[in-house]
Design a protein around this ligand. Structure first.
Ligand code: ADP
Length: 207
């Protein structure tokens, strides 16, 4: 198989179906013999170590220190992505700098300062490496919550969390429109969404 550089990112709130769609897409690509790498700032398997680290260093998730810690993870994801692309892999990123922007424009210490601060930090981590396609899985928060409850993540969401996700959801949609992302209705059945995504990716690959 001739290496084909393709960098695809998935965005969407927690529970929108990113992991599900990324794994399905990778499966098709690998079956077609495209070497494919998934990158993510923080893997599920690293969650315990990450939480232990935060606890040991007394870092709260709403603190500036947390923002810098995450910045390191973004940078690491960038490095893995670049290496894989240079090796000729197709890379699928589970979130990229769109999530970074949406979060920092609206929450935390950076939201209070000039936008240039966010742009500078974004550049330091992601170095203007822009996906060829960014999919936004559009799933309203109340549906994403139901899915997360069903997968046993939690029993309920408090009012503050609900407000947070509603804001993130709205801001993400606005950002997606402004940045020409491909918005996919993520409330359809898994297979339907996958076919839509594969239709777009296969066209890019000339399949
Ligand atoms: P994310 O990675 O965005 O947090 P996941 O892919 O882990 O989302 O999906 C969250 C949950 O919702 C999982 O239990 C998954 O099986 C389920 N799910 C994913 N896509 C759909 C869909 N289109 N319809 C119904 N349930 C879905």
């Amino acid at each position: 198989m001739v290496p084909k550089k393709l960098f695809i990112a998935f965005e969407g709130i927690d529970g929108s179906g990113k992991t599900t769609q990324i794994l399905l897409l990778k499966k098709v690509l690998v079956n077609l013999l495209y070497p494919t790498t998934i990158t993510k700032a923080k893997e599920e398997s690293q969650e315990v170590a990450f939480k232990d680290f935060m606890k040991a260093f007394e870092i709260n998730s709403d603190s500036p220190a947390f923002m810098f810690l995450y910045q390191a993870l973004h940078r690491k994801q960038f490095e893995k992505t670049l290496t894989a692309l240079e090796n000729g892999d197709i890379v699928i990123a589970d979130r990229w700098n769109g999530s970074f922007f949406v979060y920092h424009l609206n929450f935390g210490m950076l939201a209070k300062g000039p936008r240039e601060n966010i742009e500078l930090l974004d550049k330091l981590a992601f170095q203007d490496l822009t996906p060829d396609i960014t999919f936004l899985l559009d799933v309203p928060p109340h549906i994403a919550f139901q899915r997360r409850i069903r997968r046993g993540e939690t029993d309920t969401f408090d009012a503050e969390t609900v407000r947070f996700y509603e804001k993130v959801y709205e801001e993400c949609r606005t950002f997606a429109i402004c940045n020409n992302w491909t918005i996919i209705n993520g409330t359809f059945p898994i297979e339907t969404i996958h076919r839509k995504i594969w239709g777009i990716v296969s066209e890019k690959l000339g399949q």
